[in-house]
Design a protein around this ligand. Structure first.
Ligand code: NAI
Ligand code: HPV
Length: 524
């Protein structure tokens, strides 16, 4: 049974796909209510209220996936999740329109002073001259961050007859032209815009983007809007600009601290606010909840997730193509790691044949995870494999080659240790399975499955019989046996597949046979 903790208010209708699964148990509680059972959950679903900190993750040892029913993941410690091998997904498109419409509603409310006028009329006043506003028509709108929401705001601004000036270092000229906006430097946008709205994520680069220095570059009488993340506009820095009248008004949906409490900005008549409502529509909540619920189902069914923050995105189609190689990669890494049970500095993976045309990053991550699994106590999977390898000083690289050794596809892994290098090669044969076709300099053919025994010996008559006798004496049944050699009378090896794992006594007895050099247990 998969246990899912839903710790923020997520659309019930959107969660329906999860509820229909007999294998999923949903618990709706906030984190402190669920304190005693945190260790039992496999998945966590949140919006922006739950802070998914390292401390919380440490209390959830079974957690495999965190789903964010929304866009911003700044409330989730993604690095800490990645380190633990936890997949983080979000719902990037579901609330775009709602957030853009809310931004536009705030813009109109700001320049026409609707909230202030509303309060006045509700207070039984009728003071029309106190609420003279500005038109949006003909004004320059500065958009900082031109992703999904920024570009939807731009479409609406153009319909209102505004000209749109955009700053986004990652925006291409083609996309800007297509949407009828002009690209500028940040300074140009700051200097030209009558209204500035921010739509970036909150990152190291964007925190305090509109601080004292940049606010001073804006036009006198500028209006500012933040419906993205608290902190992109520095709240403290704003105060003197409001006091001097340099900034004519501010609309905030988000705050550095939420709720903001008794914040000095709230005392300004020309600061209008909403309590983080950008995504709070029935439509957006249904969209984002449905998206994360479906992704979660895919994840637990072993299918690819498409909106992961810490995994390469894979479509179902691509995933199906790489699946076989993903398993082969895992086995190659796992076997190589056990065979080279010494410190290792470098892994080099070469893809040849049909596999070389696929999304190999994912296969390499799987191979790396297989390699690291016997070496680390904590969870290691394709989410954190690269990070764990780096922590352990293991570098890795991918190459592509035409050398398939006669197979349709071939993955070759070379592991470099201090005084030894080991190469293993494998192929996947459709409808047949994975085969290891090269092992430490010897051409061989065996399935990387189950309890394997590697024996390196000199090529002499009678070796197979001697090995069989020892195993028989220890009541170990041999399922399959493959032999290979470099040259007649030279280095030779056997790979045996056994019905059960052998203990150290069996290994020692085999190692005592004349002409046997090495015996190793390999679990695949
Ligand atoms: N108030 C609310 O309820 C909601 C807030 N949001 C927030 O709105 C923001 C935008 O969301 P989306 O448009 O979906 O994200 P997005 O990822 O589609 O767009 C973000 C854009 O910011 C740009 N960017 C990144 N760093 C930048 C920098 N230093 N300077 C200028 N541009 C930069 C990126 O190139 C990208 O085009 C996010 O912070 C998100 O969390 C989203 C939904 C609802
Ligand atoms: O999706 C986002 O980034 C949002 O800010 C929406 O937040 P919420 O889900 O309404 O807490």
């Amino acid at each position: 049974m998969v246990r899912v903790l839903v710790s923020d208010a997520i659309s019930e209708e959107g969660l329906a796909p999860l509820r229909t699964s007999a294998h999923i148990d949903i618990v709706q509680k906030n984190v402190s209510e669920a304190e005693d059972e945190l260790h039992t959950f496999d998945a966590l679903l949140v919006r922006s209220a739950t802070k998914v900190t390292e401390e919380l993750l440490a209390k959830m040892p079974k957690l495999k996936i965190v789903g964010r029913a929304g866009v911003g993941v700044d409330n989730i410690d993604v690095d800490a999740a990645t380190k633990r091998g936890i997949v983080v997904i979000n719902a990037p498109n579901g609330n775009t329109i709602s957030a853009a419409e809310h931004t536009f509603a705030m813009m109109a409310a700001l320049v026409r002073r609707i909230p202030q006028a509303h309060i006045s009329v509700k207070s039984r006043e009728w003071n029309r001259s106190a609420f003279v506003g500005n038109e949006l028509f003909g004004k320059k709108l500065g958009i900082i961050g031109f992703g999904r929401i920024g570009s939807e705001v731009a479409k609406r601004a153009r319909a209102f007859g505004m000209t749109v000036h955009v700053y986004d270092p990652f925006l291409t000229k083609e996309r800007a032209e297509k949407l009828g906006v002009s690209i500028h430097s940040l300074d140009e946008v700051l200097a030209a815009a009558d209204i500035i709205t921010v739509h970036t994520p909150l990152t190291k680069e964007t925190r305090g983007l509109l601080g004292t220095e940049n606010l001073a570059k804006t036009k006198k009488g500028v209006y500012l809007i933040n419906c993205a993340r608290g902190g992109i506009i520095d709240e403290q820095a704003l105060i003197p600009f409001l006091e001097s009248g340099h900034v004519a008004g501010v609309a905030l949906d988000v705050f550095e601290q939420e709720p903001p409490g008794d914040h000095p900005l709230l005392a300004f008549d020309n600061v209008i606010v909403t309590p983080h409502l950008g995504a709070s529509t029935v439509e957006a909540q249904l969209n984002v909840a449905t998206q994360v619920a479906e992704e979660l189902l895919h994840f637990f069914e072993g299918q690819p997730v498409t909106s992961s923050i810490n995994l390469p995105a894979l479509s179902k189609d691509v995933y199906e193509k790489i699946q076989a190689f993903y398993h082969l990669g895992r086995k190659l890494g796992l076997i190589a790691s056990q065979f080279m049970n010494i410190p290792v500095q470098e892994l080099s993976v070469t893809y040849a044949g049909t596999v070389a045309d696929l999304e190999t990053t994912y296969i390499t991550r799987s191979l790396l995870a297989g390699f690291l699994r016997p070496r680390v106590a904590s969870t290691v999977n394709e989410v954190n494999a690269a990070m764990v390898a780096k922590e352990r000083g293991i570098t890795y690289g991918e190459k592509f080659s035409d050398e398939t050794h006669g197979y349709a596809n071939c993955i070759s892994l070379t592991v470099h240790g201090e005084n030894k290098t080991f190469t293993i090669k494998g192929t996947h044969v459709p409808n047949y399975g994975d085969r290891i076709v090269h092992f430490d300099g010897v051409t061989i053919d065996f399935a990387p499955e189950g309890h394997l025994l590697y024996i390196q010996h000199h090529d002499r008559p009678g070796m197979i019989g001697k090995v069989g006798n020892v195993l028989g004496a220890h009541n170990v049944n041999i399922a399959t046996m493959q032999v290979g050699r470099q040259e007649a009378g030279g280095k030779a090896m056997m790979i045996l597949s056994l019905d059960k794992p052998v203990d150290d006594a069996v290994l020692q007895a085999l190692a005592q046979i004349d002409d046997i050099e090495t015996v190793k247990r390999l679990e695949a």
